[in-house]
Ligand binder design. Structure first.
Ligand SMILES: [Zn+2]
Length: 320
């Protein structure tokens, strides 16, 4: 398998408040693991800046304008002398923007759409996008939950608009339910959204009976469950839905906060579970979508749990 990694240094410049779990160190930890010899063959490409028009695949212009207007100016000399380190603007209780956030968010969109182009033009079989800010909580009209724009949803629409994909499946194993992705596609039978997540937990959506137009498959997991329950949910709910849908592209909303070390949730997965789930999705990608699989980083807040799990995921993507 040829596996491409999209990354960009601008992702480290989207800053959040001190002590915020969604922080630049997440990507630093991941990049340090990816320096290992076993990742020598990874095709690393600097992500292009996204087209602002791509935001409009899934969000109204008013949301784009609201986010852009909220982005603060760089700090000036006088403010630095007063001891201020950075400007942050709050979008909601836990979502903030810093001076470089607009550029980072657009480059996250650029990576997501470039990843789709990459697998449809055969430049790689699959792609991992190591970007921030994450996206799956961003609803059509609302940025929330550390997310500004919904990168995975934009990637799905781009596959349809630019490459003629008829059916796109988004599989979301982040420990939080992707309320944003569900909100965007719940009336659209051309996109299948499957999610495993802890329930109850933020954001509160994701019950089994939220089924959209038959295109939403939620597999909630009880707190303090682990590998057995996750694999059972994947095997009995997610994989059969994919088999029936026969996607032209599989997009993974790859959060690694269901890892047992993660501080934000109580699901006890480890690296081997992400390796296993990746293998199952690659099997479906081989069968239905010419191996095309685009995986986009979402959450994961323990630096070791995140970096080791993402490494297991990427290793599987490379091996096939
Ligand atoms: Zn999460």
């Amino acid at each position: 398998m040829v596996t491409r990694l999209y990354w960009h240094p601008i992702y480290l410049q989207h800053l959040t408040s001190p002590g915020h779990p969604e922080r630049p160190d997440r990507l630093r930890a991941l990049h340090s693991v990816l320096e290992g010899d076993e990742f020598y063959g990874l095709d690393r490409v600097e992500a292009p800046m996204g087209d602002e028009e791509a935001i409009l695949y899934v969000h109204p212009e008013s949301l784009a304008e609201r986010i852009r207007a909220a982005v603060p100016e760089e700090i000036d000399e006088e403010e630095r002398e007063r001891g201020l380190a950075q400007h942050l603007t709050r979008i909601d209780g836990d979502t903030v923007v810093s001076p470089k956030s607009w550029e980072a968010a657009l480059t996250a969109i650029g990576a997501a759409t470039a990843a789709v182009d990459t697998v449809f033009t055969g430049k790689a079989d699959n792609v991992f996008v190591a970007s921030r800010p994450p996206g799956h909580h961003a609803e059509r009209d609302r940025a929330m939950g550390f997310c500004l724009f919904n990168n995975a949803a934009i990637a799905a629409r781009h596959a349809q608009a630019a490459h003629g994909a008829e059916r796109v499946a988004i599989v979301d194993w982040d420990v939080h339910h992707g309320n944003g992705t569900q909100d965007i596609f719940q009336a659209d039978p051309t996109v299948l959204y499957c999610s495993t997540h802890q329930m109850p937990l933020f954001p509160g959506t994701g019950a089994k009976d939220e089924t959209g137009v038959g295109n939403i498959v939620n597999a909630p997991l009880s707190p303090n469950t682990g590998s057995r329950e996750f694999r059972e949910a994947f095997t009995s709910r997610v994989l059969p839905a994919l088999d029936e849908f026969r996607p032209d592209l599989i997009i993974v909303s790859a959060g690694f906060d269901a890892h047992h070390r993660d501080p934000l949730a109580e699901i006890n997965l480890d690296e081997s579970d992400f390796d296993w789930a990746t293998g199952k999705l690659m099997d479906r990608a081989e069968r239905f979508s010419g191996n095309r699989l685009v995986s986009i980083l979402e959450g994961g807040y323990d630096l070791q749990g995140l970096s080791q799990s993402a490494a297991a995921h990427i290793t599987r993507l490379m091996k096939g």
